[in-house]
Design a protein around this ligand. Structure first.
Ligand code: SER
Length: 690
């Protein structure tokens, strides 16, 4: 409101304490400030939250412009780093103990345990006093505070500093001012005044800002007077408002030299107690960064610094040399903090909302392929690959979550996995583990962890697995073809001899030699290595035709021999999912699997063609019977099951490649609490790493 008035009166307003990040030079051209905008403070706070690896925070703030705008800026800064304010708890401007108690009690049932308190000076620290009474300043809890805590603490006179006990474990920010001789001397003068009883209050950073601000104004006025010489005011009715006639705003005078004084202010550049002072184009002083302080054993400990160029560090920003842009996340460092629990171990920052109820985790009680997961009939314990993965992952996660496994399915047939996912979505289970495929339909209603095993759908069908014998090289040609080929060599030998022996010396000589030359010539054409040349024109023509034929014969021989040696011959005409769908044969699928709905809804296979099969034995029987005898032409199932099925059976095989890509993951309820999912995701990541 004051900014509005000074705007009309053209009187520059210099504030040393208005930190609201939304106050802008564009809206209020006569407003300038010597304190840092809270947008920096909130960036520092977000970096702090990020540094400790928390994801969700609870914000407690005063419900006025300063509080709301500050928390809005905090929300933005957190969002940039994929963190968020899960709960915003405003306190009335004139809050009392009751308001605080209600607000804090309300927050006890929430999962996050990281509180960020953005309030005004309060020498009694009522929020923390009540939090302590409500046992909210113990282990698990993290209390971060904006600079109101440091400002209050610093301005308390030493005899009131016993209240520091209340703040044990709190981490707060304090605007950073570089150390200097002048600052130390000023502090000493202030302490003198305190001992002489001239002031009771201690000196906080805003006191230093105030001191510098007086100099800012004094210097600017000095320069103004040097240039202009006089200060004049005129009447103007810009502020006249009929409704506010009683306030007689129209009687206020407008400062004629206002814009010149503003110019002088903006031109200043000098060193004050708080560092170098000059105004950027947005009329703020450049951010000097923040100290990160921790209240421990009745003393304020500095654990590090934050600046907008380097982030968190243990070295004051003014001492960091070199290129700030090369400062990376790995360089972020702080000294150890003593948390409210009294320990230096970083608190987890969240709890399962109601630890009285352990998580109900659904586990499929499988009938077949029990290697993956099943309930042991005698001990009623859950076992199998997926349970092992879960337990192993739990060992990697440094905290415990109370949980209880509950069987899903009677163990007499495989349960419906879609049903299991639905139960998690309906809150009948908080989570589910097992060989649960991550498929689109399911991801719409539940959260999945990272996949811990890959599994795509494949087709299994009978294959001819004839073992290759030593005579396999004869297989490409039938017996007739071999005879015809052999006869052709003989015929070519004779024909070439007839055409050549009269004109070509190579084909002459004693009959024995002529016979040998004749057949050697013919057979060596296979290797294109004849020693004798053909000289007669007819002989050459015959050779050209013969070599062409030979090329065709040898290439088809090589091609079919390699296909025999590498590709197992399919005994059914199914070559992939397209030919399977196109045929009208029955297709088998595993009872309970998503394969059924996938075939129906995504591949539009008629339901009458789908045959449920419950076990590997049923798979085998159905495939052996074949489509025309009440069996199936092929089975569509996930790769891990199929590989297990094929382990002991060589008469069947996987046709082609997996035609869907997918994986198995653990499931958690989207609406229940994000932490289960964080846990599951964390766990699965660990598995991948392991
Ligand atoms: N893995 C399958 C599914 O999730 C069950 O066999 O549907």
């Amino acid at each position: 409101m004051i900014s509005e008035i000074v705007n009309s009166l053209q009187v520059p307003l210099v504030s040393y304490s208005a930190t609201d990040p939304t106050l802008s030079a564009q809206q209020f051209p006569y407003f300038i400030r010597t304190a840092q905008s809270d947008s920096y403070q909130m960036a520092a706070m977000a970096d702090l939250v990020d540094y400790y690896g928390w994801k969700d925070v609870i914000a407690i703030y005063i419900d006025d412009d300063f509080g709301r705008n500050g928390i809005y800026a905090l929300g933005n800064e957190l969002e940039k780093k994929t963190m968020k304010i899960s709960y915003r708890l405003p306190l009335p401007v004139e809050y009392d103990s009751r308001d605080i108690t209600d607000t804090l009690n309300k927050s006890k049932i929430f999962g996050p345990r990281v509180y960020i308190v953005h309030a005004n000076l309060d020498p009694a620290f009522r929020i923390f006093t009540i939090a302590r009474e409500l046992q909210m300043m113990g282990s698990d809890y993290v209390w971060l505070a904006t600079d109101w805590v440091s400002a209050t603490l610093d301005s308390l006179s030493p005899k009131y500093q016993t209240s520091m006990e209340i703040l044990k474990g709190v981490v707060a920010l304090r605007p950073h001012t570089p150390d200097s001789v002048r600052k130390t001397a000023f502090r000493a003068r202030w302490r003198d005044m305190q001992t002489k009883g001239l002031t009771k209050s201690g000196l906080n950073t805003y006191g230093l800002f105030a001191y510098d601000t007086v100099w800012v104004v004094a210097r600017a006025i000095d320069r103004y007077l040097n240039e202009n010489g006089n200060v004049t005011f005129t009447f103007s009715n810009t502020l006249y408002d009929e409704k506010a006639e009683g306030m007689r705003l129209g009687q206020l005078k407008v400062f004629e030299g206002g814009s010149l004084l503003l110019k002088k202010l903006l031109q200043l550049n000098f060193t004050g107690l708080t560092g170098q002072i000059y105004f950027s184009p947005d009329r703020n002083v450049p951010s000097g960064g923040y100290d990160v302080i921790n209240i421990d054993q009745r003393e304020i400990r500095s654990v590090g610094f934050w600046s907008n160029k380097t982030g968190l560090s243990v070295v004051p920003p003014e001492n960091i040399e070199g290129d700030h842009r090369s400062y990376t996340l790995e360089d972020q460092k702080l000294r150890n903090v003593t948390w409210p629990s009294g320990k230096t171990e970083i608190p987890r920052g969240w709890v399962v909302a109601d630890s009285g109820n352990p998580l109900r985790i659904g586990v499929p009680n499988r009938f077949s392929f029990t290697e993956f997961v099943m309930e042991n009939h005698s001990s009623h314990k859950f076992q199998g690959y997926c349970v092992d993965v879960f337990n192993e992952a739990r060992n990697f996660v440094p905290y415990d979550i109370p949980h209880r496994f509950e069987a899903y399915g009677d163990g007499n047939s495989n349960p419906s996995y879609d049903g299991l996912v639905k139960m998690v979505a309906n809150n009948d289970f908080d989570a589910a583990i097992g060989d649960i495929a991550i498929v689109t339909n399911r991801t719409k209603v539940v959260d999945f962890s990272q996949p811990f095993a890959s599994s795509g759908l494949v087709i299994v069908a009978p294959v001819n697995n004839s073992k290759s014998s030593a005579w396999v090289f004869l297989q490409p040609f039938s017996a007739e073809l071999w005879v015809v080929t052999a006869a052709s060599f003989v015929i070519i030998a004779i024909v070439i001899w007839i055409l050549e022996h009269r004109v070509n010396n190579d084909f002459r000589g004693p009959p024995k030699r002529q016979l040998a030359t004749m057949f050697l010539f013919s057979f060596s054409t296979v290797f294109k290595k004849n020693q004798e040349d053909t000289v007669s024109p007819l002989g050459r023509m015959v050779m050209v035709v013969w070599l062409f034929l030979l090329m065709v014969v040898t290439s088809s021989y090589t091609a079919s021999l390699s296909s025999i040696l590498t590709v197992r011959q399919l005994s059914s005409p199914i070559t992939g999912i397209d030919s399977l769908i196109a045929s009208n044969w029955p297709i088998g699928y595993q009872v309970g699997s998503f394969a059924h709905s996938y075939l129906l809804e995504s591949l539009y296979v008629s339901p009458s063609r789908l045959i449920p099969l419950g076990s590997p034995e049923e798979y085998e029987k159905a495939l052996q019977l074949g489509p025309s005898n009440g069996g199936v032409a092929a089975i569509v199932d996930e790769q891990p099951y199929v590989e297990l099925f094929l382990l002991k059976r060589t008469q069947f095989g996987i046709i082609g490649q997996a035609f869907t890509s997918g994986g198995w993951g653990f499931v958690s309820n989207i609406f229940m609490c994000i932490y289960v999912s964080a846990f599951m995701t964390g766990a699965a990541k660990e598995i991948v790493l392991a």
